[in-house]
Design a protein around this ligand. Structure first.
Ligand code: HEM
Ligand code: HEM
Length: 472
């Protein structure tokens, strides 16, 4: 590499002993002159072999070490400083071999500091490069190579020892247990792994579809089955409104539930007017939203059955299972089932919606109610059969299920004809235009507003008419 001599010198001078490649170590010899006043005399012969010194190298002298003093280093030391500048990298390792030599040239840290010769902690590579560039730009910084002379590997003073962990951290660029680089590598590795695993799954699913009997199975069970005529089609206004309420409430319920779980010191408390048990304001919010959510759900389910629409949501034939398997296989091959949500859901979708409405929601309610103050404490027999621990153990995983469902649900809604799907549920039409999208955007805006509004000060105001709000 044809690096300019000056830069090699500076780079070598910045490199810490024991970390850098061997050829940079000759800098140690650079230290000798700078440190001359405090260096052990033995150091010179050990670390600066005569064969490597060049008397012809011009000395670059820097700032004086004392006010109005002579430029440093003194003239007479020019030959000894030279090796670091002219040293042949190939020959360099010979200089490093004797580790004992390094400490021999150690400059007294105190003396270094006195003279502004503060041994720098090993700079990260970029920082080192900058320093090299700066050294090349300004003669005043390049001249005293000693200015950046690294401290030897074994620090001799307590200060240096104390400096060690900080230096190690700076050196590694630590961010938690791993360096930033390691994190990036880990995330990249996981992403590559996930893509590879998904690829393998897709290939495997495609392989399965070629197995004997599978094409016939897929033809017989296309992923959905014929609904009873009463199911009707489209999305009535009440389905749209309850779905909107569901989004708004669900987001805030998940958030407040999570706060109940994690917040050690709630910002405020709420006591019912009747004088019941004091609860955190987060739990008050959680339970108040739950009541609204249950009321919305009740309206939805009543209208679902009254309208005959329930057959879209509740499986009415055993064919739902082979069709769900068929739909799953089609999703996995990336040859997705035909989107026909205006008229009918595919069987996998139907099963998922059924679980959400008729299993997960009631489960959240019954476990939540068990933990709440509404639950009768004196019902000894009931409480023995249904202990609160079970409720607590089920309630949180139910939330996790909801979160997972929502993520997949929204992903599929947006990736299987976003505008048409959004028009179904938010606009009530089966056309492809942006109306549904903007209504969806408004829903998100209202939900975000609710999120920001649900802060302690606002909550306290809203909760006050229903009970006593206190700070502890
Ligand atoms: C940003 C959030 C959401 C979006 C964009 C969204 C969108 C949609 C759309 C477009 C449909 C109609 C599907 C079709 O036409 O094929 C739908 C149906 C449905 N969604 Fe969502 N949804 C969201 C959140 C939720 C949440 C939080 C839940 C429940 C936890 C939920 C439960 C349902 C159910 C049960 C249906 C079927 C309703 C019926 O047909 O009566 N959705 N959703
Ligand atoms: C009618 C329905 C619900 C009721 C009555 C209810 C009630 C409760 C109660 C009383 C607690 C406090 C538990 C405690 O003191 O440790 C709680 C916690 C919680 N709720 Fe609900 N909840 C309901 C629905 C939901 C839903 C739908 C979700 C999320 C999808 C949810 C998520 C949570 C979470 C994450 C916690 C914290 C759980 C923990 O500490 O382990 N809740 N809920």
């Amino acid at each position: 590499m044809a690096a300019p001599t000056g830069s090699r010198t500076a780079a070598a001078a910045l490199a810490p002993v024991g970390v850098v490649p061997a050829q940079s170590v000759p800098t140690t010899t650079t230290a000798a002159p700078a440190a001359a006043p405090t260096t052990a005399p033995a150091a010179a012969p050990t670390t600066a072999p005569a064969g490597r010194t060049t008397a012809t190298t011009s000395l670059r002298r820097g700032l004086p070490r004392v006010p109005n003093g002579e430029p440093w280093p003194p003239k007479g030391l020019a030959p000894a400083a030279a090796p670091a500048v002219v040293v042949d990298p190939a020959a360099a390792p010979a200089v490093v071999v004797d580790p004992a030599a390094a400490p021999a040239v150690v400059v007294d840290p105190a003396a270094q500091e006195d003279h502004g010769l503060i041994a720098q902690p090993p700079a990260p590579v970029a920082g080192r490069a900058e320093a090299v560039a700066a050294a090349e730009r300004s003669p005043s910084t390049t001249a005293p190579a000693v200015k950046t002379v690294p401290k030897p590997a074994a620090p001799k003073t307590a200060a240096a020892a104390a400096d060690k962990p900080a230096r190690a951290k700076a050196q590694a660029g630590l961010n938690g247990a791993r360096t930033q680089g390691q994190w990036i590598k880990l995330v990249a590795l996981l992403a590559v792994g996930a893509v590879a695993a998904a690829g393998i799954l897709v290939l495997a699913a495609r392989g399965v579809t070629t197995l004997p009997g599978v094409p016939a199975f897929l033809a017989r069970y296309p992923g959905e089955y014929q609904l009873p005529a009463a199911a009707g089609s489209g999305f009535p206004w009440w389905a749209q409104w309850t779905h909107f309420m569901n989004i708004f409430l669900m987001v805030l319920i998940i958030r407040s539930g999570y706060q109940v779980r994690t917040q050690q010191k709630p910002p405020a408390f709420w006591t019912p007017k009747s004088g019941g048990k004091k609860i955190s304001i987060n739990l008050w919010l959680h339970q108040s939203l739950d009541i609204l959510w249950l009321a919305t759900g009740l309206i939805y389910v009543v209208l679902l059955f009254a309208s005959g629409r329930w057959t879209r949501m509740v499986p009415t034939s055993w064919e739902v299972f082979p069709n769900a398997l068929s739909a799953l296989l089609q999703y996995m091959t990336l040859d997705w089932p035909i989107e026909n949500g205006w008229v009918n859901y595919n069987s996998l979708q139907q099963i998922m919606y059924f679980i959400v409405v008729f299993i997960a929601a009631p489960l959240a309610a019954i476990t939540g109610a068990r933990m709440s103050e509404f639950w009768p404490k004196d019902a000894k027999k009931l409480n023995r059969i249904y202990p609160v621990e079970i409720a607590r153990a089920v309630h949180f995983p139910t939330m996790l299920f909801f979160v997972l469902f929502i993520l997949i649900h929204v992903f599929l809604v947006l990736s299987t004809g976003a505008l048409r799907n959004l028009n179904h549920m938010f606009g009530g039409t089966d056309v492809v235009n942006w109306v549904g999208f903007w209504l969806f955007a408004a829903t998100i805006a209202v939900t975000v507003a609710g999120w920001y509004a649900a802060r302690p000060l606002v909550l306290a105001l809203v909760a006050k008419p229903f009970g006593k709000v206190s700070s502890r």
